[in-house]
Ligand binder design. Structure first.
Ligand code: DAH
Length: 355
């Protein structure tokens, strides 16, 4: 029995002195590992007389448990020390001034945030979809049947067909997010889908990669009046002034009836002023969701209807903030970003101003 007391004293001293986790684990193995001192003593129980066993069994078990508990509590203490040391060395001085010359928000990012603020105030949430789309979501479910001439207007980038012969595309618009949302979500639906889109086109007002925001509302009683109201409120909030609009009949495969919305504007030298004036500029497409589109997503067009709209973010950014050439937007020129970029510290808000 005195052996046990001596062993306990030896290990408790060693455990208390252990100053790192690896060292502590070596001590644990020396005592309690397969060939550890205490384990070997426990193995000796088999050769003892029943009387000896009655005494030594519980004593050795107690020793084992005590050493294990000491190891555990030392381990927690060492881990806590390590965390405190890390916390002490990783402090940040929150009172340091922020270096705003380090970077700016890209106008596209800024405008997308402004749009999200305006539409979330009207009860819309933000949905997303992949940039690489399949034919079903980008075209077929949107009522562009295979071989339909409207597909050609999209100057599509096609991916190399995969092993099964399926040919994906870089999405040509954000409308496929409508399809993904309607398939995965039950009405009522009220979403916007901002994101990158791609078409094989490049000049002063087109870049092969550009940005769109899609909108979709599906509810039982939704009608064209709601569509007009939402979009009229949107443009006035976005341009932060009263904007006069007109809706012109148009055609899109996925809406019926379809329209384009124009805003009134005037030229002031080189600058364009949106809101009033004697000229009209088209800024978005919209319409009531085509029954074929609802059907392709498993929604009964006899029960539900809704509206959709889509607009180019980059163009709206150019109009609002006066950039002359779309291609500059994606040239990654820090002088341009310094001039047209926005402070990362200011949050767009309807209460304090969008920009
Ligand atoms: N997807 C169209 C395009 O890229 C834009 C559009 C028009 C979206 C009308 C819509 C819509 O949802 O209703 O040209």
């Amino acid at each position: 029995m005195s052996d046990i007391a001596a062993i306990k004293e030896k290990y408790s001293g060693e455990i208390a002195a252990a100053d790192n986790l690896a060292g502590l684990d070596e001590i644990r193995v020396a005592a309690l590992g397969k060939k550890g001192e205490v384990s070997m003593m426990m193995r000796g129980l088999g050769q003892m007389s029943p009387e000896e066993k009655k005494v030594m069994g519980p004593a050795l078990n107690g020793l084992k448990n005590e050493i294990a508990a000491l190891v555990e509590s030392r381990k927690s203490a060492l881990e806590l020390d390590a965390m405190n040391a890390a916390l002490a060395s990783e402090t940040m001085d929150m009172s340091l001034p922020v270096d705003t010359s380090m970077g700016t928000l890209h106008p596209v990012q800024q405008v997308m945030e402004e749009m999200a603020v305006i539409f979330s105030d009207m009860g819309f949430s933000v949905a997303e979809g992949p940039d690489i789309e399949d034919d079903f979501h980008n075209f077929t479910a949107l009522n562009f049947p295979p071989g339909h001439p409207a597909r050609d207007m999209h100057d599509t980038f096609f991916m190399t067909p995969d092993a099964e012969g399926e040919q994906k595309v870089l999405r040509t618009h954000t409308s496929p997010v409508q399809i993904r949302t309607m398939i995965n979500q039950k009405p009522p639906i009220r979403i916007i889908a901002p994101g990158r889109t791609y078409r094989c086109d490049s000049d002063q007002t087109h870049t092969p990669m550009f940005h769109q925001v899609e909108g979709l509302v599906i509810e039982e009683g939704t009608h064209m009046g709601h569509l007009k109201g939402v979009l009229m409120d949107f443009v006035s909030a976005f341009f932060e002034t009263d904007v006069d609009v007109q809706f012109r009949p148009h055609h899109f495969p996925f809406t019926e009836p379809s329209a384009e919305m124009d805003v009134r504007y005037e030229r002031d030298g080189a600058a364009i002023k949106i809101g009033q004036g004697d000229k009209w500029m088209e800024i978005l497409g919209c319409g009531m969701v085509h029954p074929n589109v609802l059907r392709a997503c498993g929604i009964d067009p006899e029960v539900y209807q809704g509206f959709a709209f889509g607009m180019g973010v980059d163009r709206l950014a150019m109009l609002k903030y006066g950039m002359p050439d779309l291609r500059d937007m994606f040239a990654a020129d820090t002088r341009w970003l310094g001039h047209y970029g926005f402070s990362p510290l200011l949050q767009a808000s309807l209460a304090t101003g969008l920009s």
